[in-house]
Design a protein around this ligand. Structure first.
Ligand SMILES: C[S@@+](CC[C@H](N)C(=O)[O-])C[C@H]1O[C@@H](n2cnc3c(N)ncnc32)[C@H](O)[C@@H]1O
Length: 180
């Protein structure tokens, strides 16, 4: 089946690597916004050739995490072949060549200005025919994801696909998916 046809029917973000693997598009992968590494470990289990994780890896996160920096070490231990990049996501993008990744998943700062910067920075890093996606396609909590992704897709004239439901654990939060 064509990639786009399969993407249209993806229910939750956990299925994205399953579909991409079938199209040989899960070899060079980057997650932008790793946090404690839940999804990152899941990606690692698919054994990509290169898995990059980008995060500030510092400070408080939400109500529960007092210091995100301690998680970087445990994630690296659990995913020894992965590359963890500590820093501001759109700046880290400059370290990578254009057309490098098969797949980039954006899930860092969800404010409009930040998502826009991440889209501008990471889109060129995905090879033609690869996939750029991200989490939390919502305007709730003041998130600017819908606005930024919609404007970006209009500029490049590319369709935006949405997962048909949220994640397995966070039902309302859909992912957006663009084929580059
Ligand atoms: C929603 S969490 C990521 C969750 C992860 N993708 C998952 O599903 O398991 C967002 C993460 O983005 C990081 N972050 C926020 N703004 C960032 C930025 N400008 N650059 C790098 N990381 C950032 C935060 O430190 C936080 O860990």
């Amino acid at each position: 089946m064509r990639l786009e046809e399969q993407i249209k029917n993806i229910a939750d973000r956990e299925q994205i690597p399953v579909v991409l693997k079938q199209h040989n598009l899960f070899n060079k992968v980057c997650e932008v916004g790793v946090n404690v590494g839940n999804q990152f470990r899941y990606y690692y289990s698919f054994n990509p050739e290169i898995l990059v994780g980008v995060d500030l890896f510092k400070g408080k996160w939400g109500r529960k995490i007092k210091d995100l920096s301690v998680y970087m070490e445990t994630i690296q231990k659990d995913c020894p072949k992965s590359i963890l990049e500590k820093g501001i996501s759109w700046k880290i993008a400059n370290k990578y060549q254009d057309n490098y990744f098969d797949f980039v998943y954006i899930d860092a700062n969800h404010k409009y200005k930040s998502i826009k910067k991440d889209l501008d920075a990471w889109f060129p890093k995905v090879k033609k025919g690869g996939v750029l996606a991200g989490h939390d396609y919502t305007a709730r909590r003041g998130y600017g994801v819908i606005q930024a992704v919609t404007k970006f897709a209009a500029k490049y004239n590319c369709p935006v696909y949405l997962t048909t439901s949220g994640t397995l654990t966070q039902k309302p939060w859909k992912s957006w998916i663009i084929v580059v």
